[in-house]
Design a protein around this ligand. Structure first.
Ligand code: AVJ
Length: 320
């Protein structure tokens, strides 16, 4: 029996650090250059994202919360109480914690790449919920989902992937990811938040807010990258760019060089022309029908969607 007052904590990706460094440097050397969205989430980045969710322009978090508040009871009925709740990208764990009274999970497994942030959140959560088996897993689950069976016990696995983080994958990658989740969800299911297609002005404001918090969040990826690969980015030389590509149904975020410059790291360098961009994020937007068929293609059954009054955001529940 784990001590109920101190959550078990496992970190499974330390061995890959050198491989990740190589991948990150190669992405910087490619044309166009890119930085993977996971570099947003060091400690500061996780706090900046938390700040984004409070912005008037950033509707997803708040809209998703109204959907849970309004339809949570129906969702819980569809899911059934008592499960192993697996929170992918748990962050501060606030969304799952709010559902605890409805879902009554027996176990809660929080998975996140931002390990220190998660550790603090879980300590607090365990204090508030001494009877739930709580464990943390520091893992980049975007490429592989590696969950030791003893972390789930005999409880029915219900995966929780809120916030429309699925939007960071291309639709093809999303299908592959959902299939991996489906494989591990047998007898249980999935609850997932998905951002929907909507007017361009609403989308672009959400990713380029007046206070510049999203700009800071985007620029912070360079600081995190510096720490990871030893590069020497200067934040002041870069400008935040975000726009909606309607044909691809996605927001793109980039960092644009304000001037010609060179970025150096041990064993390499990359020259950037003035105006050249580094691609940092895609955030895909779906229709309800489109995402329901993606869930079916991934092997889930009976997808059910709840939306807000504007149809800006959807929460799906599907059986596995
Ligand atoms: C955490 C991936 C859902 O795409 O809306 C917020 C990240 N990027 N503002 C999103 C993000 C810029 C966010 N996700």
């Amino acid at each position: 029996m784990p001590d109920s007052k101190s959550p078990r904590f496992i970190q499974t990706w330390l061995a890959d650090v050198e491989a990740e460094r190589v991948a990150a440097r190669n992405a910087l050397l490619a044309t166009p250059a890119s930085v993977a969205p996971k570099f947003f989430y060091d400690r500061l980045g996780s706090h900046l994202f938390e700040a984004i969710t409070e912005l008037p322009e950033y509707y997803p978090t708040r809209t998703e919360a109204t959907i849970f508040a309004r339809h949570g009871t129906d969702m819980a009925k569809a899911i059934g109480a008592g499960m192993a709740l697996i929170d992918l990208g748990a962050g501060n764990c606030a969304k799952a914690a709010r559902l605890f009274p409805l879902l009554e999970p027996r176990r809660y497994l929080a998975v996140d790449i931002s390990v220190e942030f998660l550790r603090e959140a879980l300590r607090e959560l365990q204090r508030d919920h001494p009877h739930v088996h709580i464990a943390g897993l520091g893992q980049d689950f975007s490429t592989k989902l590696d969950i030791a069976a003893d972390l789930l016990g005999d409880d029915r696995p219900v995966f929780f992937y809120p916030g429309s983080s699925i939007g960071n994958f291309t639709p093809d990658e999303a299908l592959g990811f959902l299939r991996r989740v489906r494989e591990r969800a047998s007898g249980g299911g999935l609850v997932i938040g998905v951002d929907l297609v909507k007017p361009r002005a609403v989308l672009e404001a959400a990713y380029d807010d007046a206070l510049g918090v999203t700009a800071a969040f985007n620029l912070n990826a360079l600081r995190h990258l510096d720490a990871a690969i030893g590069s020497d980015f200067e934040s002041r030389q870069w400008r935040h760019v975000a726009f909606y590509d309607e044909a691809a149904s996605r927001i793109e975020m980039h960092l644009e060089a304000r001037q010609a410059l060179v970025v150096r790291w041990p064993g390499g360098e990359r020259r950037f022309a003035a105006g050249e961009r580094i691609h940092t994020e895609n955030s895909y937007k779906y229709t309800v029908e489109g995402f329901a068929s993606l869930l079916r293609d991934a092997g889930f059954r009976n997808p059910q969607a709840w939306t807000d009054a504007n149809d800006w955001f959807a929460v799906f529940r599907a059986a596995a």
